[in-house]
Ligand binder design. Structure first.
Ligand code: C2E
Ligand code: MG
Ligand code: MG
Ligand code: MG
Length: 290
């Protein structure tokens, strides 16, 4: 665990009530220790390439196996990690874990690229960028980083420069949650991103709303014009999958295909097209792969 001296708990007094502040500090202390104790775990959610009907990549989503609180989801601890300067160490752990998992998959003949979510503040953290590149450069792992547009807008010059460094290391850059944050077409055209992930906000209601299909179709066309591949996240129904296919969406991800699952279940999924119970049959959405 980190020594107290190394941890700077930056808590903003005037915006956070005292009760929450104590909770935040407590959670940060526990998370700090949890990273070393290997209490964090990555669940993987496959992305299916629609035309190839093949799983070409998977997204790593972190969870915390807390000894007393149970499985803690990222929305409940990533904000604390970001606020309390633990996000860099946590993400370096995530990258190490994903490299090991990617190599293990490759050894078994599964050529998947594994994507990691990178918090916006890390795109301006030169120490993090250097350490991340050391890790990735020292391995043969095929990785990708998912970043949001909002994170680029904070400090566009350094974010774009650092994303280019990652891209030069062979890391595929994907724009996450596209359309849900602060979109800027000016930045979009400058980013060295190869994938655009349409936020699930526009996908989960795709076939029950009038405007979402128009937004999704024009986003797909925009991304293609910029020579990016499009991923729809939050694909939950056969109707949405069918419409996305007609619209030329390149990849799909969502509960219809698979929920995020532990590494062993991902392997099982890749090898017999089935998860261990109780997850649903992942290939049913496509009527089964050859
Ligand atoms: P995200 O990167 O946009 O991840 C997608 C989230 O949507 C995941 O939630 C996933 O479980 C959920 N999801 C996937 N398919 C569907 C679907 O069909 N329908 C619906 N309704 N939801 C779906 P999760 O795992 O709770 O992650 C939430 C967010 O936490 C992620 O959003 C990401 O921003 C963040 N996060 C997760 N892991 C990491 C990490 O290692 N580092 C950082 N910085 N952030 C992370
Ligand atoms: Mg993501
Ligand atoms: Mg997303
Ligand atoms: Mg999200």
């Amino acid at each position: 665990a980190l020594a107290e001296a190394r941890v700077e708990y930056r808590v903003v007094t005037h915006t956070v009530p005292p009760r929450t502040r104590l909770d935040t500090i407590q959670l940060a202390r526990e998370l700090d220790a949890a990273i070393d104790r290997e209490e964090l775990v990555l669940h993987y959610q496959p992305k299916v390439h629609v035309r190839r009907q093949e799983i070409t990549s998977a997204e790593a989503l972190v969870r915390w196996r807390h000894p007393t609180r149970g499985l803690v989801m990222p929305n409940d601890f990533i904000p604390v990690a970001e606020e309390c300067q633990l996000i860099d160490r946590m993400t370096l752990w995530t990258i190490r874990r994903a490299i090991a998992d990617q190599r293990a998959l490759a050894t078994r003949g599964h050529d998947l690229r594994l994507f990691i979510n990178i918090a916006g503040q890390l795109l301006a953290d030169t120490a993090f960028v250097r350490e991340a590149c050391d890790l990735v450069g020292g391995s043969d792992a095929k990785l990708g980083f998912e970043i949001t547009e909002t994170s680029v807008i904070r400090d566009p010059a350094s974010a774009i420069a650092n994303l280019q460094i990652f891209a030069d290391f062979g890391i595929t850059i994907a724009i996450d949650d596209y359309g849900a944050g602060l979109s800027s077409l000016a930045y979009l055209k400058q980013l060295p991103a190869r994938e655009l992930k349409i936020d699930k906000l526009f996908v989960t209601q795709l076939t029950s709303s009038n405007r979402d299909p128009l937004i999704v179709r024009s986003t797909i066309d925009l991304a293609h014009a910029l020579e990016m591949e499009v991923v729809a996240e939050g694909v939950e129904t056969h109707a949405a999958l069918a419409l996305l296919t007609v619209m030329g969406c390149d990849m799909v991800q969502g509960f219809l295909i698979s929920r995020p699952v532990v590494f062993d279940s991902l392997v099982q999924y890749l090898e017999d097209g089935r998860h261990r119970a109780p997850a649903p049959d992942p290939l049913a959405a496509f009527g089964g792969f050859a």
